[in-house]
Structures are given as C-alpha cells and as structure tokens.
Design a protein. Structure first.
Length: 311
C-alpha cells in the first residue's frame, strides 16, 4: 500500500498507529521493524504528510505472524513477500492457529453456510455430503468436532454416522436432520451423538460446538512463551464497539478484559529485570497473564457464539 495518508478513508485512519506502537504490539524492537521494512519490505505502510509511517492492525498481525515464524526457524527473507494465508500455513501449529481452538469438520454445505462468520476459527474442512465424507475421509485430517447435516435419517444411516465419527476419531459428533424417525435419532443419542432436528440456527449450531470444548485446567508453565491469541487487536476493538442483546454488555466487557490482559502480557515480557529474582517474578507474572487471557478468551468465544455475533 503506497497511498498517502490524505487518501486513506477516515474510518481506516483512526485504526492506524505509529511505528513505535506497531513494533510494541507486534512484539518487535523498533530497530528490528526498521530493518525488516527497509531491507525486506515486509510491510508497506502509508505515510503522513510529514513523512511518518503509519501501520494498520492488519500490518501488526502480519508482523506478529512473521516474528512467530522466525522464532520457529524460518528465514525472514523467505517470509517477507508471502501473503497472510501462506504465513499461517507455514506455522508449525497452523492447524490450530488459535491455541486451544477446536478442529471442526462439517458434512453438508447447508450447515457450513449457517456457520459462516459465527465460528472462530472457521471449519477446517467441509464435505458436500455423507458419501463425499466416506469416500475422501483422509482429507479431513484430525477432527475434534464433526457436524453432519442430513436431510433425512433412516435406519441404515445410524451405523454410517457412528462409523464416520469413529473413523475420524472425533471427540464430539453433532447431527442435524430435517426428517426422520425419532427411533433413529434416539439410537444416535444412545451412541453418544448430539442430535438436533431442524430448524437449527447457525447461532445454536455454533453454541453446541463451543459448548463441547472440554474444560482444561491450565498448569503453571516454566516457559515464558505466550499462547497464541484467538482474537486480534482489531477484532477486540470491534467487539467493544458492537451492540449486544445482553443487557450487561458482556461481549464488550470481556473484550476489554482480554485486551488489558494481552497488553499486560506483553508488558511483563518486556519489563527490565534488576536481578535473577526480579526476572523470575516477571516470568511468573507473564505466565499468570497468559493463562488468564486464555481463559477469558474462551469465555468471550462462548459469549460470541451465544450472541451470534459476527466479527
């Protein structure tokens, strides 16, 4: 992007930050950002009339991804001109880019359309129908939640649906159907499958998926590495400004808490230490902030699904 600040839309201008802030948000030193920008052109931010560079939240997210990949051993020169999708794909844990996120596979385009914009991250794979899923099983990869939309349920389908969930090693299987005998649905429930009859909204489907996440107690860690964030700064800002049907404005308050914890997480990792005891204290504060941020992100994800918010 090479346009001057005077050509930037006013709605976008308010989200732009200066180089020092962009470096801090991305976890870089200002000198590293300058080198990456001038030598490798990792981003091309617009300039103000006085010549100062300004960075969007998309620029910051890109810088974070690149930093993460360099820590995993990738050379900056090989990353500089890749788009975001390619950068995510390169990540050693790209399949679960948001740590703790569930891998969701959907059978049926109707269910996939209902979930569009309501599930974070989006389903990792979508099969057209049950035949497609059985035929190309290996394409799905690892699965946490399997969502199957069936126009009708027949006795012959019970074994197929149970087998598909078992073959994919899915922890949770959710079946949504339009027509069928209650006896077939009950047989599926007995097999441990969640069954819902149409109409089922995308919001309810997302809620079922999020609710299936197992509760995990986060143990104390000896590492100061942060878990990957489920929400970007821009998404958190959008949630704080979004109207809600929840009278207590839970989405806004949770987004604000996550943002504050994320900022403290970065601050504690950058804080200067006077001695080893001081460094140990800051490592502990960083670990606590990381664990707390992850828990509040999970709560926020649940509220987003319940509310049917699209960000």
């Amino acid at each position: 992007m090479t346009m001057s600040m005077t050509h930037v839309d006013p709605a976008v201008r308010s989200t732009l930050v200066r180089s020092g802030t962009a470096a801090r948000l991305a976890g870089l030193s200002p000198s590293t950002l300058r080198i990456w920008e001038h030598r490798y052109a990792v981003v091309a931010p617009p300039k103000t009339p006085t010549g100062q560079r300004t960075y969007s939240m998309k620029d910051v997210e890109r810088l974070r991804l690149i930093k993460r990949l360099t820590l995993e051993g990738h050379a900056i020169g090989t990353l500089a001109h890749l788009d975001v999708a390619s950068l995510v794909a390169l990540s050693s844990d790209s399949a679960t880019y948001a740590q703790g996120a569930q891998r969701v596979v959907v059978v049926g385009q109707a269910a996939a359309r209902k979930l569009e914009g309501r599930l974070r991250p989006a389903p990792t794979f979508v099969f057209d129908d049950l035949d497609h899923a059985e035929r190309d099983l290996s394409q799905a990869g690892a699965v946490d939640v399997l969502v199957i939309h069936a126009s009708s349920l027949h006795d012959s389908m019970t074994e197929r649906l149970v087998a598909l969930g078992r073959n994919l090693s899915a922890r949770t299987v959710i079946v949504v159907y339009a027509f069928g005998a209650e006896g077939v649905a009950e047989a599926l429930r007995t097999a441990g499958i969640t069954v819902r009859r149409e109409p089922v909204s995308g919001r309810e489907m997302a809620r079922l998926i999020v609710a299936s996440r197992p509760v995990v107690n986060t143990p104390a860690s000896d590492s100061t590495a942060s878990s990957s964030k489920r929400y970007s700064d821009a998404e958190l800002v959008a949630l704080t400004e979004m109207s809600s049907t929840v009278a207590c404005e839970c989405p806004r308050h949770l987004a604000e808490i996550v943002s504050l914890l994320s900022n403290f997480e970065r601050y504690s990792s950058e804080c200067a230490a006077r001695d080893e005891d001081d460094a140990a204290l800051h490592r502990h504060l960083h670990e606590v902030a990381t664990a707390a941020r992850a828990m509040f992100e999970e709560a926020l994800e649940r509220v987003v699904a319940e509310e049917g918010l699209v960000i």
